[in-house]
Design a protein. Structure first.
Length: 418
């Protein structure tokens, strides 16, 4: 190939490519012009029907019990036996824990001996009182004799028939007898107060003996009711002191459920409780259906999250359930008159729904009353003065839903009856 042609060959290839590109653009087909027809979005609709229904409130809480108790040692001693384990169900009367009863038995024997000693003193005091009463009569007689003897010696001394010494001896004997009579009378008068002192000491000793007996019996810790052991805090051979924790237990039949209610529902719930209406919360735990009945609301609010409510077990098998377990329950609230059921997707945002009128969306604000399941399908109960039975509302999620949007209803959901 000649050198001039070889030099201009790349430029020639580029020129041919540019000519081909221009030719293709000039000969391309023209796109069809867009029409003026507005797009209509396919949607599902729900037909409204006013009914008397019970809203449901979803609650998250935990299992508790007012019988949750920490058993402590009443007396010091060594742990001799712990026949139970954590999680074990124990029948009434069964042994939970055995302590060495040597110290408790010694204290019990001491208290009993003290009581017997006081009772013996009381009996002796009664016998002494009888002797004092009898001796009082003798002391008075002896005083009269001593007075006559003194008077006789004084008269004899006036006639020089008795010595002054004899008069002095008679006077001394009279004084001694008067003192003896005073002591005897005082002993008789003090008898009631001494008896009261002994009776008080006996009652005090009886109380001490009862406490010692209780501590002695507490060395063998037994179940007062059918209960479940939550936790064992000691082992065989441990030395425990007075008031030291031993076991944590609770009564399964007294199982409770605690959850927080939103502040927006408190007034409604309080009115229902005051009217005696049963408020039931239902849940499933390990495949077992449990029904709890609301008992009361807490007296104060811990934070802005709500008010704590307690529920007592009304129905269900609680065998094997542990305290503190998380529970997802549904509380059935009092019946609301003339409300509308909507599928969950029908509520756009917090409280906005869209009515379908002449093929276009119309936004409305509604009052949310609570959840409500229909045939296993989750939904919401709403109320609004702007809604009427027979209205059609948007029933599915539509991200671009807005006022006046053109839609085409492709399916309808009839709420039906309950």
């Amino acid at each position: 190939m000649p050198a001039p042609i070889k030099r201009f060959l790349p430029l020639l290839v580029i020129l041919v490519a540019l000519l081909g590109f221009v030719l293709l653009r000039l000969t391309r087909p023209e796109p069809p012009q867009a029409g003026d027809e507005e797009r209509r979005w396919p949607v599902a609709a729900v037909v409204l029907q006013a009914q008397d229904l019970s809203p449901e409130l979803r609650l998250f809480g935990q299992l508790t019990s007012n019988t949750d108790a920490l058993l402590r040692a009443r007396t010091a001693g060594d742990v001799q036996a712990v026949p139970v384990r954590s999680g074990q169900l124990v029948l009434a009367g069964e042994l939970l824990l055995q302590l060495d009863d040597l110290d408790a038995q010694a204290l019990f024997d001491q208290r009993r001996a003290e009581l017997l000693d006081l009772q013996s003193q009381r009996q002796q005091r009664l016998m002494q009182h009888q002797v004092d009463q009898q001796a009082l009569v003798q002391e008075r007689s002896m005083l009269q004799l001593a007075e006559r003897q003194y008077e006789r010696q004084r008269q004899l001394a006036q006639g020089d028939r008795a010595s002054p010494r004899q008069v002095e001896e008679a006077s001394l004997a009279l004084s001694q007898q008067r003192l003896a009579l005073m002591n005897r009378e005082l002993a008789v008068e003090q008898h009631p107060s001494r008896m009261e002192q002994l009776d008080a000491a006996i009652r005090r000793a009886q109380s001490q003996l009862q406490l010692a007996q209780r501590d002695l019996e507490a060395t063998a810790l037994r179940a007062a009711h059918p209960l479940r052991v939550q936790e064992v805090l000691v082992a065989r051979g441990d030395r425990v002191n007075v008031n030291e924790p031993l076991l944590r237990i609770f009564v399964p039949e007294a199982l409770e459920f605690e959850a927080r209610l939103p502040l927006s529902r408190i007034a409604q719930v309080r009115d229902a409780l005051a009217a005696g209406q049963p408020l039931l919360a239902t849940t499933e735990v390990d495949g077992r259906r449990l029904v709890f009945r609301m008992q009361q609301l807490a007296g104060r609010t811990q934070d802005a999250a709500g008010v704590l409510a307690s529920f007592a077990l009304q129905e269900g098998d609680v065998d094997g359930l542990a305290l503190g377990r998380f529970v997802d329950a549904r509380l059935k609230l009092p019946v609301q008159q003339q409300v509308y059921w909507l599928p969950t997707d029908a509520v756009q945002g917090q409280d906005r729904v869209y009515r379908i009128s002449d093929g276009r969306l119309e936004g409305l604000q509604v009052e949310l009353l609570g959840d409500h399941q229909r045939d296993g399908r989750p939904g919401l109960l709403v109320r609004s003065a702007l809604l009427q039975p027979g209205d059609e509302l948007l029933a599915n999620r539509l991200p671009n839903a807005m006022q006046g949007l053109s839609v085409d209803v492709v399916s309808r959901l009839e709420p039906g009856h309950e």
